[in-house]
Ligand binder design. Sequence first.
Ligand code: ZN
Ligand code: ZN
Length: 283
Amino acid sequence: MKVARFHAPGDIRVEEAAEPVAGPGEVKIRVRNCSTCGTDVKIFKHGHHHIKPPRVMGHEIAGEVVDAVDAVGWAPGDRVQVIAAIPCGNCQECRRGRMTVCPNQESMGYHYDGGFAEYMVVPAKVLAVDGLNRIPTGVGFAEASVAEPLACVLNGQELARVGEGDDVVVMGSGPIGCLHVRLARSRGAARVFLVDINAERLETAAGLVRPDAAVHGGDVVEQVLKLTEGRGPTSSSPPRPPGRRRNRHCGWPRARAGSASSAACPRTPRSSAATPTWCTTAN
Ligand SMILES: [Zn+2]
Ligand SMILES: [Zn+2]
């Protein structure tokens, strides 16, 4: 079978590999879709301290079960999505249900061969933490493979309390930004404005997700104030407009009373809408 293996920064090879064999408690899947994450691009350029090459990359994985050996509850033909980060299930954080901040996390495509392959084995460790998800009817493999990024976006909008009637500003028009626009709409936002410093990328994204306005260049804050009749957004995500100073209390420099903001960062369980932890995403 063919795989895409990371050998060194700048050196990913599409090469032949023996088809993997599932061991006891493991599940072998035929990969039907494995999306490219922004992190994959970073790994390609710089490597990663958790990857000891050679390693098959890819962690946004969806496929179908071809061999379940003795893994209870799974059978050939099952359509599945695989979690990207694998919590240990045993530490204090995991036992308290805060698996996203498990300090012993490992990841598909980093510690284990990932989904840039025709077939791959889902480690028993994934099954032990209930990390193999059944894809519902009506959801395609490509859609299922972005379940993890969408979960991050969902978490962000829950923290920012995006809801009915909100004016939402999304900064960054990559895949994560596009998901933010669509999710804000489905949560009942009145208007969604998409901002980016890259005009070409913004135009492509705006064509796909149709924000109420695509904002680029000049003073972004002034433009959004104009679009919102001088009131500013009720929600912004991520919170800091490009080029603006960081502000620990509210990302939008002149936010409307009662507004909230959210940063794209899945590993910040203590952050709240009022005091987001500052992370930026290249996605
Ligand atoms: Zn990713
Ligand atoms: Zn843990």
